[in-house]
Write a protein that binds this ligand. Sequence first.
Ligand code: SF4
Length: 314
Amino acid sequence: RNLSKHFTISAGVMTKRTHVVRAVDGLNFDIAKGETLALVGESGCGKTTTTRLLLRLQDPTHGSVRFAGEDVHALKGAALRKYRSRVQAVFQDPWSSINPRVRIRDFVAEPLVVNENLTSGEVDRRVHEALDAVGLGPAHASKFPHEFSGGQRQRIAIASAMVSRPELVVLDEPVSGLDVSIRSQIINLLKDMQAEYGVSFLLVAHDLATTRYLADRVAVMYLGSIVEMGKTDDVFDRPSHPYTEALISAALPSTPGMKRNEIVLGGEVPSPLSPPSGCTFHPRCHRIIGDVCVSKTPVLSPDPAGHCVGCHLY
Ligand code: SF4
């Protein structure tokens, strides 16, 4: 609720001036049990900071993250360890997330060893179950990462995230480092695991095709704020916010012989050191109304069906 992360940075050695960067500013969203919510937007829009706040790798400047009713950033000791086993993550690069000298058994077991008090036999049983669930047999437990392909290593990363039977998994670009031929296998594996275990996913993906296939709802972020949020089909088929329109039009495949109505965004994403006034998207907006866009910050408001848009057009 009202989740914000602001960083104070020094702007110059001589002037010693400081600036506040609003990496994430006033986010409000929920993730239901068994649901996948995707965060989309250009680099630097605040997706990664949001996931770090959820994973409790950073503290918010304002607002809170609540998990099953509890304020995550107030948890300590055993309650924090329990949270860390209930909320896991799968990151983009399976090579960098797996220590080459650690056997697969120990890598997959890490969340259990760190957060739970199990015997070695129980850990082995859970690791074998997790490897089975991702389509790799228990015989792989004694091997090293270099003995696996990129796709298999991502399966191992998913096994490690799922071994503690989490309720929420952050998927940060889970298929971007993989060959296109392998991506659909991993995406289908994630879908199957969600159907079987009822786990919720928070997905961060540049690839809108992956987002459309995996996500139940989508939140579109721009310069640290959510500008549109709704059911995946509604956002993709009937985007409302001008930024969402542009993002989706740029991702549509071109069809030979048909004119493609791509909306080309003007300019770069503004520097978060000096964000534009009013609607921060106004310098690039193809539907700007007038002074109101420059002077007044739009509020993210839901329609009766729960679809939210932060734009003065609505
Ligand atoms: Fe464009 Fe104005 Fe809507 Fe911002 S508030 S997206 S500038 S129309």
